[in-house]
Structures are given as structure tokens and as C-alpha cells.
Design a protein around this ligand. Structure first.
Ligand SMILES: Nc1ncnc2[nH]cnc12
Ligand SMILES: [Zn+2]
Length: 334
């Protein structure tokens, strides 16, 4: 089974590239940039990753990314992740990034984009991976700041596969970003949003109704609202679920209590993702394996999940067709 899950061509749709920063690279970049870290060793960094909730994680996440300064740093961050993902059978990655978190530290958007774009081109060329880029807005910062960043990104609009919404959810409903997302819609940029991770099901409804998103990131709390579940099923709205993240951020107590089997029984369109692999105990394959151990799912079930991701990814037709064929081949051989 482990070998099958590794060979399965996996698409990852919910990945914060800043959350892929492994402690080893954090130390290397700190040294390169003459930055003092509040940790003596890589082990000490890992030992600090004990989270109580989303906010306690975000505090370390924003602190960690302070080592990213130059385009080369962003390149190394993304390329490091693409290599790891490739080694575990990931064929397509959609990376989110948080431009405001870097702009606030004086790192220009052009620097961020140069490094990330260069890594994407290299991964496409050398690893035969496809990639997409999602520019996320920080929901715990003012909406007019997000609007300014969207305008500032004009030279890069063509390179954005979507805009997203992340960071501290509770108290920051999607409605706050209605105008920003309306502007993205006018520009023809697709939209996704985190909703129903820590926040209530009403945030999922708002994301659909007010932001017109095509996917919901997390969405696990939809189960508290049966009419919403019915709507998500009927409208085939994809949820990008991140089981290990939910355990580490105490959205659920234990992987065995994760609502994934219930979401599956409800007939929802689900995908499995890693969210912030360096902080939550592993990449996409680790998430697939954790589900296998917890729920004992069959190869057929994992093939459905992997197929869902290919079907709802930001992919051009020929690449999607190639990935479908590759998935069919692996399933046939199993
Ligand atoms: N799981 C998560 N939820 C919200 N914002 C995030 N930013 C990085 N990871 C996140
Ligand atoms: Zn996320």
C-alpha cells in the first residue's frame, strides 16, 4: 500500500510555500543573511513546534519566514520543496504565498516573484512537475491593504492562477474582503479561500456567496451545517483538506477523530494536502499514509482522492489529460 500511495500521481492544491521552510534551510538562510535566530539548533526549532491552535502556529510561521530576504532565498525555499514533493510522487503543486508578510518586512513583491517564478520554471524543466501560483491575502490585516497589494501585483496578474485568503480566521469573515475579491473577479483571476478551519460554517457560505470562490481550503467545519453540506455536494465544491495540519493545530484531537470519513460519506469532493509540511509533520504522502493508518481506506479510495485533485487543479487541458492517463496506468498496475 505504501508503495502504491507513493507511486500514485498526486496533485497538491493547498500548500503555503513559507510553511515548507525546514529548520535546516532556516538556519542556512539565517547564516547567509546574517540573521540571529532565537534557537541554538535545528532540534530546538523542531522542539518548539507544539501548537495550541492556529494563532500559536502563525506566530512561529511569521517569525520563521523572516530569514527570506533575496530572490535566491525564495528560489531555494520553493526548489527545496519541489524536490521533496517530487521524491514522494507529487506531479503538480499549487503554491500559495503571503506577499503582505514579506512586504511588511521590506521585501518587494518583485523579489518574491522573481525567486518563486525561477523555481517554478526549474521544477517544470528538471522535475517534469507542473505548478500553479496562488497569491494569498492575510485576513487579519485590513482589506484596503489587500486591495493595494492586488493593484501592486499588476505586472504579475498573468502569472497568478488564483488569489486566496489565509491567516487568523476567527473574527475575520470573508465578507471583509468582498471588494478585493470582486476586483480579482473583474480581472479574471480565480478565487479560493480558507474557511471553516477554525471559523464557523457561515464563513464557508460567505466565501461561496460573497467571494465567489471555486474551492474551499479546509472546510472541515461544514459538517456542523447539514444544509451547507448538501450544497457543497450538489455544487461539487472542492475542499482541500489537510488532516495532519488539523491534528497539529488541534482542530481535531486525534487523527482517528478526523471528520474525513464523514465528509467522504457525505459525498463531498475532497482532496488531501499538507498545508505547512515543515511544521505539521510531513508532506502530501505523509498525509495519505496517516489517513491509511487511521481509516484503513482502500486503494480505490485513494485513487478517487488523487483523481479529484487532478480534476479540480489549475491545469491546462493537455497536462490534465496526461495526469489522468498516468493515474489510470498506476491504478491498472496495482
Ligand atoms: N493552516 C493555515 N490556516 C490559515 N492560514 C495559514 N497560513 C499558513 N497556514 C495556514
Ligand atoms: Zn492553509
Amino acid at each position: 500500500m505504501q508503495d502504491f500511495l507513493k507511486r500514485l500521481p498526486k496533485a497538491e492544491l493547498h500548500l503555503h510555500i513559507e510553511g515548507s521552510l525546514e529548520p535546516e534551510l532556516m538556519f542556512a538562510l539565517a547564516e547567509r543573511n546574517g540573521i540571529e535566530l532565537p534557537y541554538a539548533s535545528v532540534d530546538e526549532v523542531r522542539a518548539a513546534y507544539e501548537f495550541e491552535d492556529l494563532q500559536s502556529f502563525l506566530n512561529l510561521y511569521y517569525q520563521g519566514m523572516a530569514v527570506l530576504r533575496s530572490a535566491d532565498d525564495f528560489f531555494d525555499l520553493a526548489m527545496d520543496y519541489f524536490r521533496r514533493a517530487h521524491a514522494e510522487g507529487v506531479v503538480h503543486v499549487e503554491i500559495s504565498f503571503d506577499p503582505q508578510a514579506h512586504l511588511a518586512r521590506g521585501i518587494e513583491l518583485g523579489v518574491q516573484m522573481e525567486g518563486l517564478s525561477r523555481a517554478r520554471r526549474q521544477a517544470e524543466r528538471e522535475l517534469d512537475m507542473s505548478t500553479a501560483l496562488i497569491m494569498s491575502f492575510l485576513r487579519d490585516r485590513p482589506a484596503d491593504e489587500a486591495m493595494r497589494v492586488l493593484e501592486q501585483a499588476a505586472p504579475y496578474w498573468e502569472m497568478l492562477d488564483a488569489v486566496g485568503l489565509d491567516s487568523a480566521e476567527c473574527g475575520h469573515p470573508p465578507s471583509k474582503f468582498r471588494e478585493v475579491f470582486a476586483r480579482a473577479m473583474t480581472l479574471g483571476i480565480p478565487r479560493v479561500a480558507h474557511a471553516g478551519e477554525e471559523g464557523p460554517p457561515s464563513y464557508i457560505r460567505e466565501a461561496l456567496d460573497l467571494l465567489d470562490v471555486c474551492r474551499i481550503d479546509h472546510g472541515v467545519r461544514c459538517l456542523e451545517d447539514s444544509a451547507l453540506v448538501e450544497r457543497l455536494r450538489e455544487e461539487r465544491i472542492p475542499l482541500t483538506v489537510c488532516p495532519l495540519s488539523n491534528v497539529r493545530l488541534k482542530v481535531v484531537e486525534h487523527i482517528d477523530d478526523h471528520p474525513l470519513p464523514k465528509l467522504m460519506d457525505a459525498g463531498l469532493l475532497l482532496t488531501l494536502n499538507s498545508d505547512d509540511p515543515a511544521y505539521f509533520g510531513g508532506g502530501v504522502l505523509a498525509n495519505y499514509l496517516a489517513c491509511q493508518r487511521a481509516f484503513g481506506w482502500s486503494k480505490e479510495t485513494f485513487a478517487i482522492l488523487a483523481r479529484n485533485a487532478i480534476e479540480v487543479a489549475f491545469l491546462d487541458d493537455s497536462r490534465r489529460q496526461a495526469l489522468r492517463a498516468e493515474l489510470d496506468r498506476v491504478v491498472m498496475e496495482a
